[in-house]
Every structure is written in structure tokens, then in C-alpha cells.
Design a binder for this molecule. Structure first.
Ligand code: AP5
Length: 223
């Protein structure tokens, strides 16, 4: 029987391809908390053609960040939905200092305390390799993440879980990947110092997802 950690409230911080989505999925399977990926919410909005999706698409395809105001409006609503009461893992949010400051105020208002912020560390050459070899299930209800080298889908490219075709994302061109990494260094990496000053930062190697998840679980039990 798995030992269950209830109600975790954590942020996953890391460069594109650091493994945030992969680690978040493994953690939610473990404790029943909800994964909130701003990237997934935005990609679903683009697919559905909502106003948010139409506004976000250009930024996303280039590998630029979507404006803070749009993200904050979306996340204020999301964090007040009832499923968040069982715990949540924020994957890809916050991404800028203004988002982190706005989130801090929002959590204070909602009387929510974070366990800590997980900073996933991976060497840059590993990241570039991972992003060019990632495949994602095209079914919006599944979105299983694969890697043609380390965790391939079925031989004909279909998802092992639901049988839908797997695809490369629109922001997985070499140009967009390089821009996403630059944007990360400029806008998101300063959050490491921000959360260090808040006394919330814990850094984990993200070379093996299974080992990362075990280390995060251990830290949760100790906090
Ligand atoms: P988002 O979807 O958040 O993309 P990202 O941060 O670039 O992160 P990725 O999803 O690319 O990587 P990941 O760290 O989740 O890695 P994964 O687990 O898939 O955002 C997309 C866009 O949306 C942004 O560019 C922006 O425009 C917009 N956006 C989103 N949030 C925003 C915000 N808050 N503010 C403004 N704009 C926002 O792993 C990658 C690959 O590596 C996979 O193939 C996986 O199988 C493989 N892999 C992972 N771990 C391992 C391992 N340990 N060993 C071997 N392979 C591994």
C-alpha cells in the first residue's frame, strides 16, 4: 500500500523540458492532488478557439510568455475551484516576478500556505535533447507525455493509454525552443532568488524523474 501524502501545495519551477509535466503527473497519481499546468490550460484554450486561446496563440508559438494580466485572471479563477482543496501542483506558474508577487497576495487572501517550491535542475544539453524528442498525446483529456528515446509511444506513434495519435507541439520548432530557453533565463530564473528569499526554495536534480519524485515525497514528509 502506498503511503499517501495529503494536500500537498507546491510549485514546480524549471526550464522548458526540465520535466515539470512528467514529475507533476507522477506526484498527482501518488496523492490525488490536482496538477495545474498553465501551458496545458492555454493549449486547450487555443484548441477550443476561446478568446483566451486566440489571444495566447501567437505568444506561445513564438515561445514568448503570455501577458501576466491574462495569466493572473485565469489562475485566480482556477485556484478557487473546489478540487484545489485536495492539494495542487502548480506546473509552469508563476513564470515572472510580477506573477509570483500576485500569487503571494492571492494565496494570503485565500489563506493557503505552500509547502515549498521545487526547483528542477537539468543540464542545458539534456534539455535541448528532451524537447526535440518529446511527443504528447493529442487527446486533450489524456495529454500523456512521451519521449521517442526514453519513453516512446506505441510503434505506430499512438498513445499507450488512450490510442490517440501523439504529436509534436507547435512551440517545438528549434527557433521557438531557443526563444523559450532565453525567455526562461531572463524572466523565470529570477524566481529562484525570489523563493530563496521567501525561505521556500528546494532544489532537486531532474535527471531521473523517478528519483526526483522520491526526493520530493521525502521532503514533503519532513516539512
Ligand atoms: P509550458 O507548457 O509550461 O511549457 P514549458 O515550461 O516550456 O515546459 P514544457 O512543457 O516544455 O516542459 P516540462 O518541464 O513540463 O517537461 P516535460 O515533463 O514535458 O508552457 C508553454 C507556453 O505557454 C509558454 O512558452 C508560454 O507561452 C505559455 N505559458 C505557460 N505558462 C505561462 C505563464 N505562467 N505565464 C506566461 N505564459 C505562460 O519533459 C520534456 C521531455 O523530456 C518529455 O519528452 C519527457 O518525456 C522527457 N523527460 C522528462 N523527464 C525526463 C527524465 N527524467 N528522463 C528522460 N526524459 C525525461
Amino acid at each position: 500500500v502506498k503511503e499517501v501524502i495529503r494536500n500537498m501545495k507546491i510549485i514546480l519551477l524549471g526550464a522548458p523540458g526540465a520535466g515539470k509535466g512528467t514529475v507533476a503527473k507522477l506526484l498527482t497519481e501518488y496523492d490525488g492532488s490536482v496538477q495545474i499546468s498553465t501551458g496545458d490550460i492555454l493549449r486547450a484554450a487555443v484548441k477550443e478557439g476561446t478568446e483566451l486561446g486566440r489571444e495566447a496563440k501567437g505568444y506561445m508559438d513564438r515561445g514568448d510568455l503570455v501577458p501576466d494580466a491574462l495569466i493572473m485572471r485565469m489562475m485566480e479563477t482556477r485556484l478557487q475551484q473546489p478540487d484545489c482543496a485536495n492539494g495542487f501542483i502548480l506546473d509552469g506558474f508563476p513564470r515572472t516576478i510580477p506573477q509570483a508577487e500576485a500569487l503571494k497576495k492571492l494565496l494570503e487572501k485565500l489563506n493557503i500556505r505552500l509547502n515549498f517550491v521545487v526547483n528542477l535542475e537539468v543540464p542545458r544539453d539534456v534539455i535541448l535533447d528532451r524537447l526535440t524528442t518529446r511527443r504528447t498525446c493529442s487527446n486533450p483529456d489524456c495529454q500523456e507525455i512521451y519521449n521517442i528515446k526514453s519513453n516512446p509511444p506505441l510503434p505506430d506513434g499512438r498513445c499507450k493509454k488512450c490510442g490517440s495519435p501523439t504529436i509534436q507541439r507547435d512551440d517545438e520548432t528549434e527557433e521557438a525552443i531557443l526563444n523559450r530557453l532565453e525567455t526562461y533565463n531572463e524572466k523565470t530564473a529570477p524566481l529562484i532568488g525570489f523563493y530563496e528569499r521567501e525561505g521556500l526554495l528546494k532544489t532537486f536534480s531532474s535527471v531521473s524523474s523517478a528519483e526526483t519524485v522520491e526526493a520530493v515525497k521525502k521532503a514533503l514528509k519532513e516539512c
